[in-house]
Design a protein around this ligand. Structure first.
Ligand code: HEC
Ligand code: HEC
Length: 297
């Protein structure tokens, strides 16, 4: 009886071990994509700025070269480092294919089938179209190579266990492509694309749960505990209305960083304006304001 019991237990342990190993080693499969063969460099560079790729992947305060990575992002889970995105073939993405680039940016999956941490805001970038990816890729191909290895994050257990992200993805990842709402104007749709996609406004304006995932029901209602300890206000239509924002003041603040009362945006929003929204076209700023001020945002 005891022998049978021991046999059963060891069989169970073996099965559990094998399942665990399969879970760890199982490579993620990116969705198939058909990226157009040529892209527009200028449009790609505009999207890269809008999406914060350049700001986050450049360690500007330490004098780092553009897109060579190494910027430290301190979070509750530990410190992440942005990767080298230059054309360096050893440490950058110089020998990647456009399909591998698409899988990383839209699905958070590395060329080896491993998951990326969502400190890289790829859940938002799932909204990029095939043409957007082609344009981004064309722009990244023009970046000067820099021979600097990317750093792995410094995280404590269990967050340092990268395969655990497969579980996180199953529970929280929403990677639906962008859908046009035919009942709304082109401007409204463009605004929605920027705000919920590359602009990743929800990364800071939507509160997160214990696992660092955005709480869908609290979308845009403002959040505590941003990297650096800041707090963001609500950017729901009701919240913006209560704070007396108008189409004009919103566009002006996103362009210049100057608020209606003459003050300026503080904390990380100052950086969002400096590195992102201040470079956007008037048309795109109008689109953002149109979408945010609509109750059906
Ligand atoms: C807020 C910071 C941030 C922004 C914005 C950001 N990234 Fe990243 N990115 C990261 C971090 C952090 C990693 C490393 C993730 C990890 O270790 O799992 C990363 C990793 C990557 C990788 C994988 C590189 C490799 O060597 O495996 C690619 C490709 C990438 N980012 C492209 C982009 C593009 C394109 C954009 C803009 C559309 C972008 N990133 C915007 C932080 C950012
Ligand atoms: C990196 C974090 C971060 C991101 C990303 C971000 N914001 Fe903010 N935002 C903040 C913080 C922090 C504040 C508060 C600024 C202050 O106190 O001066 C703020 C304030 C604002 C306000 C002022 C609201 C009010 O009533 O005072 C607006 C409007 C706004 N953000 C819009 C946006 C839009 C649009 C985007 C996307 C394009 C965006 N934010 C992306 C962090 C962020």
């Amino acid at each position: 009886m005891t022998r049978l019991f021991l046999l059963l237990i060891s069989a169970l342990i073996t099965v559990a071990g094998a399942l665990f190993l399969a879970f760890v080693l199982w490579p993620l499969q990116p969705p198939t994509s058909t990226i157009p063969p040529s892209g527009d460099v200028a449009r790609g560079a505009y999207l890269a700025r809008m999406a914060g790729c350049i700001a986050c992947h450049t360690n500007a305060s330490a004098g780092g070269a553009p897109l060579a990575g190494g910027l430290a992002l301190k979070t509750d889970f530990g410190t992440f480092y942005s990767a080298n995105l230059t054309t360096d073939e050893e440490f950058g993405i110089g020998n990647w294919t456009v399909e591998q680039f698409a899988a990383a940016v839209r699905a958070g999956i590395s060329p080896g089938g491993r998951p990326y941490y969502p400190a890289f805001p790829y859940p938002f970038y799932a909204k990029f179209s095939e043409q957007d990816i082609a344009d981004l890729w064309a722009a990244f191909r023009t970046v000067r190579p820099v021979s600097l290895p990317s750093r792995q994050p410094d995280l404590s257990f269990p967050y340092n266990f990268r395969p655990g992200l497969k579980l996180w993805r199953g529970l929280f990842l929403d990677s639906k492509p962008f859908e046009i709402n035919a009942e709304k104007s082109a401007g409204w749709n463009r605004g929605k694309f920027i705000v919920t996609g590359p602009g990743h406004c929800g990364a800071c304006h939507t509160p997160r749960n214990f696992a660092g995932a955005r709480q869908v029901a609290q979308r845009f209602r403002g959040a505590d505990g941003l990297p650096g300890g800041g707090r963001s206000p609500s950017i729901t239509a009701a919240g913006l209305q209560e704070a007396r924002w108008t189409m004009e003041s919103l566009k002006y603040a996103l362009k210049t960083g100057i608020l209606p009362d003459g003050d300026i945006f503080g904390g990380s929003m100052g950086e969002v304006v400096r590195d992102g929204t201040s470079f956007m076209s008037d048309e795109d700023l109008t689109a953002i304001a149109t979408y945010l001020l609509d109750k059906e945002q």
